[in-house]
Design a binder for this molecule. Structure first.
Ligand code: ADP
Ligand code: MG
Length: 227
């Protein structure tokens, strides 16, 4: 649903279909391999593993059956975008703004096959490297920022969100998903890691989120956050 909403505002997202059981495999005929198979309603890489990228129908069928049996829910099958991965933090309500962007790069294996999977998220210290700001051109950063803000507003996000993108072969950002309640663990959360790399103290991040929520409810705090 999120993909449909952002598409309606012109944000690019990988071509996709929803599959309810492994007998409806013919729905993928308009998609080009490689594909990624994800549970429709999860988050935090639940159901997204190292082998979630599939190259042909045989692999797709095997992965679909595993997902449907394990999670008992429909699956989202998308074209796999082999380019760089960037996550974008947005804060605010009336005038949302980007508070940071972070590129997530594999330390092990190649970029083309990289999936920020459950296994990688559990072992992130060894397996990934984070770059904030991402080493991308001004134009690419500008497009990412524009797509993130458009998606944030289209989805009626409030106070804070983190939006995930991959860069396509055309150099454009493709929306993967929005995290409207991004993890805030000070050591392991992607948003806190991004903020720390930008030299912003964790307390400032929390105060800024609180500030947005207070303003939205027409309340004021005694002191203002700076982010
Ligand atoms: N279409 C795609 N192309 C390439 N990688 C993808 C795609 N969809 C998901 N991924 C990989 O899987 C990871 C998790 O998927 P995502 O849609 O962000 O769900 P989650 O809520 O579990 O984080 C992404 O961070 C990315 O590495
Ligand atoms: Mg994600």
């Amino acid at each position: 649903m999120a993909k449909r909403v952002v598409m309606s505002e012109g944000v690019l997202t990988p071509k996709f279909t929803i599959i309810r059981n492994s007998k409806s495999l013919n729905y993928v005929q308009d998609l080009n391999f490689p594909l990624i198979v994800k549970p429709l309603w999860e988050g935090s890489s639940i159901g997204i593993r190292r082998d979630s990228k599939v190259q042909n129908f045989k692999e797709l069928k095997r992965k679909l059956e595993w997902l449907i049996n394990s999670y008992g829910e429909s699956t989202l099958v998308e074209e796999f975008i082999e380019g760089e991965e960037v996550t974008v933090g947005v804060i605010g309500n009336e005038n949302p703004h980007v508070i940071g962007m972070m590129m997530i790069k594999p330390r092990i294996g190649n970029q083309r096959d990289f999936i920020y999977s459950l296994e990688v998220k559990r072992n992130w210290r060894e397996e990934v490297e984070y770059f904030s700001p991402p080493p991308l051109s001004e134009q690419a950063l500008c497009e990412l920022s524009h797509s993130a803000l458009t998606a944030y507003e289209a989805l009626s996000c409030r106070d804070v969100a983190r939006l995930d993108f991959r860069i396509g072969t055309d150099g454009k950002p493709y929306f993967l998903e929005a995290n409207p309640l991004p993890g805030l663990n000070p050591e392991t959360g992607d948003l806190p890691i991004m903020i720390e790399k930008e030299g912003i103290p964790y307390a400032e991040l929390i105060l800024s989120i609180l500030d947005s929520a207070l303003r939205r409810n027409r309340l004021t705090a005694k002191s203002r956050a700076r982010v």
